[in-house]
Design a protein around this ligand. Structure first.
Ligand code: PGA
Length: 254
């Protein structure tokens, strides 16, 4: 396992009051975490709060999305330079909810990765298959095409500047987790796909698992050779659960 990264994807949740309480609790609990790197990705509206509470501390700040454009007439969008100004370290790109509800194609995701990197932040590239695709036996084909599209648009070297999150769509927010063996199989597949172009980059890139990761299954998932952390949705909204997953990351790394 590489140094684990445990990133909380808060999605569209929280209020100023609850966001402050959650960030404060995570920051406090993070003092006991040794090896695992910890990040929280709140909605844009709470990034200012995040910067004020977290900057210089143990918990990194991330965003859930970014505009492909640097500026101009793009009502409602937020640029990578703005995210960087708030001290964001990570930006989630191509989450399945963005792909499904907001029409993000692989080409759009590739552009998002590029603007994030050029603003000195690290993208978390999400990939994953739907239940239907898995049942049709198309899991590998779908994952391969998502990875290959980024290689085609941004080059293999871009995988040296990002994190990957494998998030089977059927496991997100459903309580259904991929078994450690199922997840490891896909993580291994992704790493081999990248290794086909560059073995050094493939050995280094972190591949997080996301999809109903909880305190009860995090340890087993992260004990797999190619699972380097987690992108946590629901359980990231409860400080104790999120911190328990961070501790599991620590334990898996030692
Ligand atoms: P979940 O979400 O942990 O609630 O399944 C994960 C994600 O969508 O990043």
């Amino acid at each position: 396992m590489r140094q684990p990264l445990i990133a909380g994807n808060w999605k569209l949740n929280g209020t100023k009051v609850s966001a402050k309480a959650l960030m404060t609790a995570v920051l406090e609990g993070a003092k006991e975490i040794g090896k695992a790197e910890i990040a929280v990705c709140p909605p844009f509206a709470f990034l200012d709060l995040g910067e004020r509470l977290l900057s210089g501390g143990r918990v990194r700040l991330g965003a859930q999305n970014v505009c492909t454009e640097a500026g101009g007439a793009y009502t409602g969008e937020v640029s990578a330079a703005m995210l960087a100004e708030f001290g964001c370290r990570y930006v989630i790109c191509g989450h399945s909810e963005r792909r499904e509800y907001y029409g993000e194609t692989d080409a759009i995701v590739a552009r998002k990765l590029a603007v994030v990197v050029s603003n000195r932040m690290t993208p978390i590239l999400c990939v994953g298959e739907t239940l239907e695709q898995r049942e049709q036996g198309r899991m590998q084909e779908v994952i391969a095409s998502q990875i290959d599209a980024i290689i085609e648009h941004n080059g293999i070297a871009s995988f040296g500047q990002l994190e990957i999150a494998y998030e089977p769509v059927w496991a997100i927010g459903t309580g259904k987790t991929a078994s450690p063996e199922q997840a490891q199989e896909v993580h291994d597949f992704i790493r081999h796909r990248i290794a086909g172009h560059d073995a050094t980059i493939a050995a280094k890139v972190r591949i997080l698992y996301g999809g109903s990761m909880k305190p009860g299954n995090a340890g087993e998932l992260m004990s797999q050779a190619d699972i380097d952390g987690g992108l946590i949705g629901g359980a990231a909204l409860v400080a104790e659960d999120f911190l328990a997953i961070c501790r599991a990351g620590d334990a898996a790394a030692s």
